[in-house]
Write a new protein. Structure first.
Length: 301
């Protein structure tokens, strides 16, 4: 029955429809059914949709940089250091708290409408749905890999050219807060290209084909080119041989992964027209690039 409903009501996910069947919000000729019960041709199916709180979190007045907004969605330029979802030790002061203050109706949506996530110390674009219909459509686009997410990053070492990392990612067997490449992990594909090369670092563009936790950070570390500032996957700070004081100071002061979600492209869930949004990296990222260029002239790829 839930499969039939997913075809009849494409604005809602199959999992949500199944939940409504179990709650008795779906009837066939006035009678409740189970999710596994079949639906016959000609039967009258009625669905009662009731908005209810899906998020238990307090709204807070937090400064949010909204770069695009309409009745169906909004796009945030998240600063580094801002946690996206409340969790253990972070129940207040998160992006979700700010979103609930900005648009209270998001309380009825899963994860306050947040379609995908960014790590706390990653800056850049984040997509948020404002209606259940938009949320279902955008999550479906994400699952079908029809949302393009492009990043820029600075990694340690000099890459000779672009490439693809196709390596499954799963939870680290010992440190459960970390992810790692493992044979029994979930499929993960990352494409990267060289933008500029420096004496001991590379400025790269990265595009995700999948969206695993910490994917870019894990994959670049797997290639032995961890991101600058990433103590979780890059280990102790590595200072290049012969580096001057300015570069050493810049590397020591950059205490987060050098990763920025620069571009987001997808089809609008209502109009079907393409949406393409880009934002420049934040000041600390740009200052790091300037120091790298000054320390060793860049060679554009």
């Amino acid at each position: 029955m839930d499969l039939a409903l997913a075809r009849m009501f494409p604005d809602y996910s199959r999992s949500r429809l199944k939940e409504w069947i179990l709650q008795g919000r779906v009837t066939v000729h006035g009678a409740s059914r189970r999710p596994r019960d079949p639906v016959q041709e000609g039967e009258l199916v009625e669905l009662t949709v009731v908005a209810e709180a899906a998020v238990v979190s307090l709204p807070e007045s937090i400064d949010i940089d909204v770069v695009y907004e309409d009745d169906d969605l909004l796009i945030i330029n998240k600063p580094a250091g801002l946690v996206v979802h409340p969790g253990a030790g972070n129940t207040r002061g998160t992006l979700m708290n700010g979103l609930l203050h900005h648009a209270p109706q998001l309380a009825t949506l899963p994860r306050a409408g947040i379609v995908h996530r960014l790590d706390k110390d990653t800056s850049g674009l984040l997509l948020v749905a404002k209606t259940l219909t938009a949320h279902t459509a955008l999550v479906r686009q994400l699952a079908e890999r029809r949302i393009t997410r492009k990043y820029v990053a600075v990694c340690n070492g000099v890459l000779t050219g672009g490439g693809t990392v196709d390596a499954p990612i799963g939870r680290h067997p010992v440190d459960r807060k970390r992810m790692t490449v493992r044979d029994d992990g979930k499929p993960a594909i990352t494409h990267y290209r060289v933008i500029e090369r420096f004496a001991s670092h590379t400025y790269i563009g990265v595009e995700l084909e999948t969206g695993r936790t910490h994917q870019i950070r894990v994959h670049l570390a797997h290639r032995r080119h961890p991101l600058v500032g990433d103590s979780t996957y890059g280990g102790r700070l590595a200072l290049p041989a012969g580096a001057g004081d300015e570069l050493i100071d810049a590397l020591r002061r950059f205490r987060r992964q050098a990763l920025h979600a620069q571009n987001l492209s997808f089809m609008h869930p209502r109009s079907g027209l393409p949406v393409n949004v880009s934002v420049d990296p934040p000041v600390d990222f740009l200052q790091l690039l300037q120091v790298l260029r000054h320390a060793a002239p860049a060679v554009k790829s």
